[in-house]
Write a protein of this length. Structure first.
Length: 124
């Protein structure tokens, strides 16, 4: 599992690349759909209608992967901090039952209120 206690996980930006969504397709359950995909340098995060799948690409070749599955049903609270004038990064903090706080950092121009709305509408 990704070490979420060691600070933020990724500097993420929205992507339309189909390869990331295709990679998690075998993990999806019936009626689960990919909603948003964000990529970092090597790692990526997929938001579905049921959970968040954080993928940590490991090793020199990048063939080894760690998939951390974060179900919306285990979210107890979350916080969104949008980017500002001098601070171009936004942050999403999520508190999960049994895991604690998970932080995702996003590069500028990511619609964090839309992500918060997506989480709210899929976790109720």
């Amino acid at each position: 599992m990704i070490d979420f206690k060691n600070g933020s996980v990724f500097k993420l930006k929205l992507t339309e690349k189909p390869g990331f969504a295709n990679e998690v397709q075998p993990l999806l359950v019936d009626d689960e759909e990919v909603a948003l995909v964000f990529e970092g340098v090597r790692d990526f995060v997929v938001f579905t209608n049921k959970r968040i799948i954080a993928v940590n690409v490991q090793g020199i070749t990048g063939r080894k992967r760690d998939y951390s599955i974060l179900p919306y049903s285990k979210i107890q609270a979350y916080s969104v901090e949008t980017d500002g004038l001098m601070d171009n990064d936004g942050e999403l903090d999520l508190w999960f039952s049994g895991l604690g706080k998970v932080r995702f950092e996003f590069k500028e121009n990511v619609d964090l209120p839309a992500i918060a709305k997506h989480i709210a509408s899929n976790s109720l």
